[in-house]
Design a protein around this ligand. Sequence first.
Ligand SMILES: Cc1cc2nc3c(=O)[nH]c(=O)nc-3n(C[C@H](O)[C@H](O)[C@H](O)COP(=O)(O)OP(=O)(O)OC[C@H]3O[C@@H](n4cnc5c(N)ncnc54)[C@H](O)[C@@H]3O)c2cc1C
Length: 477
Amino acid sequence: MIRTGEKYIDDLHDGRTIFINGKKIIDHVDHPAFENAIRSVAALYDYQKEHLEKMTFMTTAGNRVGLHWELPSTSEKLIARGQAAYDWARQGAGWIGRSPDHVSSALVGMMTHIEVFESYSQERADALRNYFAYASESDLYLTYALVNPQGDRSKTPSEHAKNIYHTLGLVEKNAKGIIVRGAKMLATGAPLADEVLIGVHNPLKPGIDERYALSFAMPLNAKGIKIISRRSYELGVNPKDYPLSCRFDENDAILYFDDVFVPWERIFILEDIAMCRKQFHATGAEALMDTQSQARYAVKLHFLAGLAQVMAEANGIDKFPAVRGALAELACHATNIEGLFRGLIHNPNVHNGFYIPDQTQLYACQVIAQSIYPKVIDTIRNLAGGGVIMLPSSEDDLLNEEILSFIEKTQYSSVLSPVERVRLMKLVWDAIGSEFASRHLQYEMFYSGAHFVTLERLYNCYDWELSRELVENIKVS
Ligand SMILES: Cc1cc2nc3c(=O)[nH]c(=O)nc-3n(C[C@H](O)[C@H](O)[C@H](O)COP(=O)(O)OP(=O)(O)OC[C@H]3O[C@@H](n4cnc5c(N)ncnc54)[C@H](O)[C@@H]3O)c2cc1C
């Protein structure tokens, strides 16, 4: 009964509303802006099916679903879920950031700390528990939208007096649920996921901003949800010219809630600012979901190190000591993140009998991860020189006999044929310089929060006492 890629694609024919390139799209599954990314996600579900032992588990209700839905009740289970995330990430060489195991891990982390919800509201905790059962038993793919849209960051949402529904907020409550209106900044994978989890990451002011303090989950085809897609990087590109863009463009969309009805059974937090903060930081949510991110990131850095080495070999620069040093730096970043990820899954804390990665280690990992990515890209750009620019305009040039003859005269490598060299350099450009690559740079720098935010998280939970004690012990009075 496991969800297959085919079933996932079938389910995605759900009539959701997506706006892109001046058009309203109702059936997006075979649309050229999204079709390849959807197939890449489908391949993840098929991979699960082909590797039942390491990628899935049997729920108490008797369904076989992704291991990422399992609550880590032993240290072995935490290690196994980390390894499953790593193996899934390998299928896309780390380029699918918001794979289905990311937001599911956040929900698992809320369940491991369900008492946080229970002490807030028994009814909301029950809603979360029931929703978790539904989403996990169906092996759903969720995205999330936590960040309020930019506009005026010096103000909180209610202080945007002329436009109080710029940010998603409560319009009314009734016996059956609530009506919400407004925007959330971005939901990566909104065209690919089944449902969206709404939460709040931005500061809200008690007394005036309660209407924005919401968390709920809705299917992306719910009446009134408008998905405003950014430019598609897979649209109209040849896979040989843009091998990453055309397969792994998970898209990021603004979500606008145009008076959307949300039933009570899908509401986890209502008008409670403190609880919105606790949802991710006082539960296992952040720790588990970002452990998945670090698994994925380690894989991506290994890929980039490998790509740089293959390119260096192709250009005959790999024996130069300075180049080997630069490659070793890339290897160092990949190995460091791999080590930090392994540390997260091998050095957990136990809470309610569940094994949860350590939050301080996780926040340190976030800070390091987001600061090294620009350096990694810069290093590869330095190694690439103009080789990623001295390329034929498109694959069509290779299909034209006359142009091909000049490509063969101009693209030389002692280890690759001219066409192989072109293909390699196109891949390098798609990883470091294309619009897809540039979006990835922005993603790695921001997905876990702006740098000042991740630093603040680390500052707040680091064990300063331990450090200060060392100072006290050595200080000469
Ligand atoms: C590719 C991509 C995909 C994303 N996908 C998702 C997603 O799926 N779901 C989701 O919820 N979010 C997503 N995000 C949003 C992401 O979480 C936010 O970008 C991130 O939290 C930073 O918020 P912001 O972009 O609003 O930046 P801002 O908060 O506006 O900050 C931008 C810059 O302004 C300055 N600044 C702002 N406020 C302060 C301050 N108080 N003190 C000092 N300096 C300040 C800093 O220099 C900061 O770097 C995505 C972002 C990107 C780039």
